[in-house]
Ligand binder design. Structure first.
Ligand SMILES: [Zn+2]
Ligand SMILES: [Zn+2]
Length: 58
């Protein structure tokens, strides 16, 4: 089911996706479909993945 509204990131009117992390409603352009999160949370995930790879052991 598609919801149409104003994207929380870029402010354009579009069909929206809900970020699994922050719960914001964002348009397709601002949504990372492979991770099911918004672009802002996606960049945070990438940063944390890089840092965990760098540390090696968890
Ligand atoms: Zn947007
Ligand atoms: Zn988010």
């Amino acid at each position: 089911m598609e919801r149409v509204g104003i994207c929380s990131i870029c402010g354009s009117a579009s069909s929206l996706n809900t970020c699994a992390l922050c719960g914001r409603l964002v348009c397709n352009n601002c949504f990372d479909h492979s991770r099911n999160v918004c672009k802002q949370c996606s960049s945070g995930i990438i940063l944390s993945e890089m840092s965990s790879e760098r540390s090696g052991l968890i």
